[in-house]
Ligand binder design. Structure first.
Ligand code: PGA
Length: 248
């Protein structure tokens, strides 16, 4: 049986209070398309208010620390984002792997902390353009997956997002056949890592997904949803992606 589609908006470092109305509108569209799971991950500053405005809708975070508490200036624990109202968190996004030098072992520890706090996690993996050109894309992505894969992984709380770095924010999208090959490789790796429950772990595609290309990308075998950046910032742009997922 196919997995329920999961469409997640990653607002990155975008959004002030005035953008909260878009989350209310997005939640309303999600409610009308209830065969799809939808979430928005706004900046931490908006989590509590967003979660308060739309109680039935999933608000997530974009990161958390692996430690439960302590001397980590500027960081937030999983319990803190949970208390703010987050139900899940994106972890190991390529922008954090690049800008904050996050490594696989740290992302694995973060995922375990998130699970301990009772939240869901989306672990991001993806190759650079150089790695793809060198024919190493599958090896790089499967290596990241293995290295950042948490103990006690289960589809009830864990999702994987494949995001080719060169497709993020660029308007460039891989060929459907390349997405299919990579998602099949990730599925194979999940089988190796978790055995029987692997088919139920959702694998999202991310990187320049929009209302125009969502239907095609979301129809690729083993693509169980999308992680969307730029096109998730307004209800006008994100709504068509949710509807495309609902129509599949
Ligand atoms: P994009 O970002 O949709 O703006 O390409 C996706 C992501 O980085 O999650």
């Amino acid at each position: 049986m196919a997995n329920r589609k999961y469409i997640v908006g990653n607002w990155k470092m975008n959004g002030l209070r005035e953008q909260l109305s878009d989350i209310v509108e997005i939640a309303a569209i999600a409610e009308q398309n209830s065969q799809v799971d939808v979430a928005i991950c706004p900046p931490v500053t908006l989590i509590a208010q967003a979660a308060g405005n739309v109680p039935g809708f999933t608000i997530g975070a974009q990161d958390c620390h692996f430690a439960a508490k302590g001397a980590h200036t500027g960081c937030l624990s999983a319990a803190m984002i949970r208390e703010a109202g987050a139900k899940m968190s994106i972890l190991g996004h390529s922008e954090r792997r690049a800008d904050q030098h996050e490594v696989d072992s740290e992302i694995k520890a973060k995922a375990e902390a998130i699970h301990t706090a009772g939240l869901g996690a989306i672990i991001c993996v993806g190759e650079t353009e150089e790695e793809r050109d060198a024919g190493k894309a599958v090896d790089v992505v499967c290596g990241q997956l293995e290295g950042s894969f948490p103990d006690n992984a289960a589809a009830t709380w864990l999702t994987i997002a494949y995001e080719p770095v060169w497709a993020i924010g660029t308007g460039r999208v891989p060929e459907a056949s390349d997405v299919e090959e990579m998602h099949a490789a990730i599925r194979g790796k999940l089988v190796e890592l978790t055995g029987e429950g692997a088919d139920a772990v959702r694998i999202l595609y991310g990187g320049s997904m929009n209302g125009g290309n969502a239907a095609e990308l979301l129809s690729v075998p083993n693509v169980d949803g999308g992680l969307v950046g730029g096109a998730s910032l307004t209800a006008e742009k994100f709504g068509p992606i949710i509807k495309a997922a609902a129509a599949i």
